[in-house]
Design a protein around this ligand. Structure first.
Ligand SMILES: [Fe+2]
Length: 317
């Protein structure tokens, strides 16, 4: 069901068009000219506009132009109903940002289908834009956090990539994968609370400094608490340092008591840490790192996840 703004000066055609669209389940607000339709635009807040071209007061092009000048009208799908389909009209309408034409006379099902296609495409684009904007913001945040840590350049994005590969191989659902995509980026968000001199220390950490670092999962969880739409990333943030044998932190959970998200991230996080070079040491060669992950299955890691990850990475090389 969509809210449709309709402008058509022919009384019969306006009533007919309105009825067809209402029968298709839409809410239709109909006006006899472009000016009345434009006046009503903000009150109606339509999801789509259907308009005739030739109308008194303000024609269809004027309506389209007027709508496009409004902030909330910049992307509303616009469908012209026209008896004329001359090249010049189409060109002008395209230039103004019309989405489509329907030439009169039209079959009711053609109108309903044209409207539905515009609405579907618009929803898809909207969903895609929101999702990308969301991920871009999170990526920026993750990069800011990472920039404080001189040794982990590119770590967050590599961890995300490994996590996606492992999640797919484990057959996780699309919804779980969508959360994984940003959960993996955010997993170390709590490091913002660790002082830079501790993060970047090359000599051995004191016990006290170790304790500060161990706070980062809980600190991250606290940050996410205030952001409801990121709550689902919480298991990644809070449990990625738990170990299968119960010797991890912050809660010392064991085996399957550790949420799946934390278990998955532990594998890929350690693998990337091992294989990345640091200023004071070289990265471990990947075959050795995979041997390590394999050996730690059932000790540090979920044994099945460790096995699947090792197999996947070996097959890739
Ligand atoms: Fe971490």
């Amino acid at each position: 069901m969509a809210r449709i703004l309709l402008a058509e000066d022919d009384d019969n055609l306006r009533l007919l068009t309105k009825t067809i669209l209402e029968l298709a389940g839409h809410e239709v607000h109909a006006y006899p000219n472009g000016l009345r339709a434009l006046d009503a635009f903000e009150d109606v807040a339509p999801n789509l506009i259907v308009s005739d071209i030739n109308m008194p007061m303000l024609n269809g092009f004027g309506l389209l132009e007027g709508v496009r000048q409004k902030l909330s009208g910049a992307v509303v799908p616009f469908l012209f109903l026209t008896g004329r389909s001359e090249y010049e009209d189409i060109r002008q309408a395209r230039r103004l940002g019309a989405d489509d034409f329907l030439t009169k006379p039209f079959e009711p099902e053609d109108l309903v289908a044209a409207v539905q296609t515009r609405l579907d495409r618009h929803n898809t684009i909207e969903l895609f834009n929101t999702h990308s904007a969301h991920l871009q913001t999170i990526t920026m945040l993750a990069n800011v956090i990472e920039a404080r840590d001189a040794y982990t350049r590119g770590h967050v994005q590599r961890v995300q990539q490994y996590a996606i590969e492992l999640g797919q191989q484990l057959g996780w659902t699309l919804e779980a994968m969508a959360i994984l995509e940003y959960g993996a980026l955010l997993h170390d968000i709590g490091k913002i609370s660790v002082p830079e001199h501790v993060l970047n220390k090359t000599s051995r950490l004191t016990l006290e400094e170790m304790e500060i670092i161990k706070q980062h999962p809980a600190a991250g969880a606290k940050i996410l608490e205030g952001i409801p739409h990121l709550h689902q990333a919480l298991p990644y943030v809070l449990y990625h340092h738990e170990k299968w044998d119960g010797t991890g932190y912050p809660e010392g959970l064991t085996g399957e008591n550790i949420p799946l998200e934390g278990r998955l991230l532990a594998v890929v996080d350690v693998y990337d840490a091992l294989t990345s070079a640091r200023p004071y040491r070289q990265g471990m060669p990947w075959p050795d790192a995979l041997d390590f992950i394999e050996k730690e299955g059932g000790v540090h890691f979920d044994p099945r996840m460790a096995e699947v990850f090792v197999e996947l990475q070996r097959a890739k090389q």
